[in-house]
Design a protein around this ligand. Structure first.
Ligand SMILES: *Cc1c(COP(=O)(O)O)cnc(C)c1O
Length: 489
């Protein structure tokens, strides 16, 4: 075949990927209708989707050389994606750490992807770079960081933690010889992704001390001070202390100011994991509870939690921004055309070069709504957690844990004569099967604990009351079932 004929042939096939204006309008309308249906159903649906068959799903999703169309694809999505698993964005989802799902974030992703800006390099996409800079500056101001602070928008908290640890490692010039003598201080409440990040960052050989906590699972500063002295006496090098502003299990906020005092005096890097709790600095009450957060050398936040974004955005902030820059500064010769650029480039503060235009999904909802409703929704969550805590205390056979530091409430189900672990498990299963609300469990001090976490921007008093109703009903049903089955034994 002549080259010109082959080119014509190839072009015809490749052009299937280029819908014209009418084609785009039709696809967009179908996607929009689908999304609207999904959002409408989200308010009515059970929080846990129906079981879908894996083999069927995989077969339906299989790819081929031949075209399908948006309508068929949406049918597959509706059947095998939309209605399976947890509805994280539901106002009745109170498990793990709830996520948000601001609609303007989805629109932001759409716009970011349509414009496809090269967001990692300032000269290539000054608008995207400045938008990211604006967000990072705003976040730094909100947490009370000085003008020297720098940061990075990541894909989530895990990557933000990794970036913070790499920065701390570089700032402290921890070479491989020094790593086995370097000590990291954490508590049993520290998120597992911190340990994962240590491992990925080549820091697995560090000595890790698990410090004592108080009855509310908050790091005991005296335990930190004592352990540092003991480690120093043994010739070890205290290096990093990790405090958590809102632990995943119980929502505990470590005493940040007292820990910062010790870190400062002893020359340790203080990293604060505020993935869940950090957003609460937006409201005055939250700011009080997170006092001292601005003294962290590095901290992480998860906008896909407390800023109500859909999954996919974390933040690392470093108080002395040069540290972040120094950890990642490297450029290839093929970047010479952008070398003399005075725009800030995200690639200089991140392990990534090519990256999604993440700022858009974060900036658009904040710009459209203003920051006030975010602060209001977060203060509302603190009050609702307190309300839930008080109400739970009045349900017989539920035993509440400590008053919540933020918006996670712990309690145990302890019907008389029944093992509390067995009872807790049965209650969680019954609530999940009921499907109106979702609540998850964990272990604290080895004990089975039920945890209620409220963080979705659409979760209001009605949803909390519904959770209480479901709990009251299921506590009664499960108690009766457990009594009946234990009488049989
Ligand atoms: C969610 C969370 C993380 C991990 O963040 P991802 O966004 O899930 O990667 C780390 N620490 C705490 C306290 C968290 O709540």
């Amino acid at each position: 075949m002549k080259r010109s004929d082959r080119l014509q042939q190839l072009r015809t096939v490749a052009a299937r990927m280029q819908p014209d204006a009418a084609g785009r309008a039709s696809e967009f309308a179908q996607v929009r209708d689908h999304a609207e249906r999904f959002l409408e159903q989200l308010t009515e649906r059970n929080v846990v989707g129906a079981h879908t068959d894996r083999a069927q799903a995989l077969a339906a999703m299989a790819l081929s050389a031949q075209p399908s169309n948006i309508a068929d694809a949406l049918t597959i999505i509706e059947r095998f994606v939309d209605n399976s698993g947890y509805h994280l964005g539901s106002s009745r989802f109170f498990g793990y750490i709830p996520s948000g799902g601001l609609y303007e974030s989805a629109l932001g992703d759409y716009l970011a992807d349509v414009s496809n800006r090269y967001a990692g390099v300032g000269l290539a996409a000054p608008g995207a770079a400045r938008m990211e800079q604006t967000l990072l500056r705003w976040l730094a101001d909100v947490v009370g960081y000085p003008k020297t602070a720098e940061g990075d928008l990541t894909s989530g908290g895990s990557m933000a933690t990794l970036s913070a640890l790499v920065t701390a490692r570089e700032a402290s010039k921890l070479d491989t010889r020094r790593i086995p003598q370097s000590v990291v201080y954490v508590t049993a409440q520290t998120h597992h992704t911190l340990h994962k990040a240590l491992q990925i960052a080549g820091l697995a050989e560090c000595v890790v001390r698990i410090l004592e906590v108080d009855e509310r699972q908050r790091l005991e500063p005296q335990s930190l001070a004592k352990m540092i002295d003991r480690d120093k006496a043994q010739g070890l090098k205290p290096w990093l202390v990790v405090a958590t502003a809102g632990t995943t299990d119980v929502g505990a906020v470590d005493p940040l100011d007292a820990i910062a005092d010790i870190a400062q005096e002893q020359g340790l890097w203080l990293h604060v994991d505020a993935a869940y709790g950090g957003a609460f600095v937006l409201c005055n009450e939250g700011k009080k509870r997170l006092k001292g957060i601005n003294r962290a050398d590095s901290l992480i936040l998860d906008p896909h939690k407390g800023f109500f974004l859909p999954c996919g955005t974390g933040v690392v902030l470093v108080r002395d921004g040069r540290r972040l820059f120094e950890a990642y500064r490297a450029r290839g010769v093929y970047m010479q055309d952008v070398a003399h650029d005075d725009e800030r480039s995200a690639c200089d503060y991140s392990p990534e070069l090519t990256r999604p235009f993440r700022a858009m999904r974060f900036w658009l909802p904040l710009k459209v709504h203003g920051t006030e409703p975010f602060a209001a929704a977060l203060e509302e969550k603190l009050l609702l957690a307190q309300y839930f805590y008080e109400q739970i205390g009045s349900i017989a056979s539920l035993r509440v844990g400590p008053t919540p530091d933020l918006s996670i409430v712990n309690f145990r189900f302890t019907p008389t004569g029944i093992d509390a672990d067995v009872a807790g498990q049965a209650l969680i299963e019954a609530i999940t099967a009921d499907g109106r609300v979702f609540i998850s469990s964990t272990r604290v001090n080895g004990q089975f604990v039920i945890r209620f976490a409220i963080l979705n921007f659409m979760s209001h008093l009605e949803e909390v009351d519904l959770a209480l109703t479901v709990l009251r009903e299921q506590v009664e049903t499960v108690s009766a079932e457990l009594r009946a089955s234990s009488a049989k034994d």
